[in-house]
Design a protein around this ligand. Structure first.
Ligand code: GLA
Length: 382
């Protein structure tokens, strides 16, 4: 598909085709920028890139999804508000071009089937895809983790979203049939097998709140403030990652009540992720599901990033037979829920949730049954 699009647009064969997947996070939400733990999986929905090298320093890029094109010079890469879809490519290109490296121009096209604005990391897939595309096209030699860091820096510094490292990490290094357990402090990770007897069903609420970015930024700041307040009580911590539940119990009275709620989510969520990995490795999907449910409640009540629509989808899911666990996934404020459902019950689950959602809120939920998949760099790494 993508190579055909390239031929149609540029009248020649692409030299390089790469793909980077979106992701769903199973548990460990808003913990990444607190140096904590996450357990996402790459999914079988991708952003594809196809392209060829040029002899000059021009980049001509087409987006299939936006049916739009831009042209820019490697000598002057700036944000483009009129074609904001291109900023994910521009940022990565600019960071690769710096650092004493000199790229060559390229003709390229990208697009895919990761739903946008749904909390499934389509932007991280573009960033990772772009980084891997340039490396393959020009034979650059970056370590996998450096590629991930560069893609994240592009999101933080060029696009301007202070996100953590989870999305880019799993888009690059997820593994088929596995979730990825990542320590966001030292970036050590391991792949944890996901039993095939459970389906990963993602339900898209179809709603994205306008405040999503400012609320995300506010949560990042609140976590920093919580750390500062805890420090002023004499607790020696670098980040919420270092805080124990007992610390919150003994020092909670000295914290602003709202910050205490935010910190409680992060501290309990980190505990849940470690527990989730332990029980998953023992094959206890029921226990794993209960931890997902608890994560949702904590995100809803303490971190306050859920929404009416997400809560409705999760509550509907909890009522269905064969459901092991259900929660909102990603940053929140709209987007998707993730549901772990016994395979045999998956079809009736999808039907019941879609019907119930429409009945309750008059909205249609798109549903994606996802398979845990390889990241853009996984084949190279393993
Ligand atoms: C977004 C960010 C991630 C992470 C999640 C919440 O997806 O990009 O870094 O913070 O939200 O867990």
């Amino acid at each position: 598909m993508i190579d055909q699009a390239f031929r149609r647009l540029f009248d020649s064969d692409p030299e390089v085709v790469v793909r980077a997947p979106g992701r769903v996070n199973l548990i460990g939400e808003h913990t990444d920028y607190n140096e904590g733990f996450v357990l996402p999986a790459a999914i079988d929905r991708y952003v594809w890139f196809a392209g060829r090298r040029r002899q000059d320093r021009t980049v001509r890029a087409h987006s299939i999804d936006f049916a739009d094109a831009v042209e820019f010079s490697l000598d002057r890469i700036e944000k483009d508000a009129a074609h904001s879809w291109s900023n994910y490519l521009r940022g990565v290109t600019k960071l690769l071009e710096g650092n004493g490296r000199r790229l060559a121009g390229a003709d390229l096209v990208f697009g895919g089937d990761v739903p946008r604005e749904a909390g499934l990391s389509s932007s991280a897939a573009v960033e990772v895809g772009a980084a891997v595309f340039w490396q393959r096209l020009l034979g650059l030699d970056l370590a996998a983790v450096d590629t991930v860091k560069l893609a994240r820096r592009s999101e933080n510094e060029f696009v301007g979203v202070p996100s953590g490292i989870m999305d880019q990490f799993v888009s690059a290094l997820g593994r088929r049939g596995h979730a990825l357990f990542l320590d966001c402090r030292d970036l050590k990770y391991r792949h944890v097998p996901l039993a095939a007897e459970a389906a990963i069903v993602v339900c898209n609420s179809g709603v994205r709140r306008a405040l999503a970015q400012s609320e995300y930024e506010l949560r990042v700041r609140q976590c920093q403030s919580a750390v500062e307040q805890l420090r002023s009580t004499g607790l020696e911590v670098e980040s919420l990652r270092d805080v124990k539940l007992g610390d919150l119990i003994t020092r909670g009275k000295k914290l602003d009540p709202l910050l205490l709620k935010r910190a409680s989510h992060i501290v309990t969520e980190n505990d849940r992720v470690r527990e989730a990995v332990r029980v998953l490795e023992q094959g206890d999907l029921k226990f794993f599901g209960r931890l997902m449910n608890a994560s949702h409640k904590s995100l809803r009540d303490d971190y306050e990033v859920s929404s009416k629509e997400l809560d409705a989808l999760v509550e509907l899911a909890w009522q269905q037979p064969g459901v092991l666990g259900a929660r909102m996934t990603g940053a929140g404020f709209g987007g998707c829920t993730v549901n772990l459902v016994e395979q045999a019950a998956a079809d009736s689950f999808v039907q019941a949730v879609q019907e119930g959602y429409e009945r309750a809120l008059g909205l249609k939920a798109e549903v994606y049954v996802c398979r845990p998949s390889d990241g853009a760099l996984t084949a190279v790494e393993s």
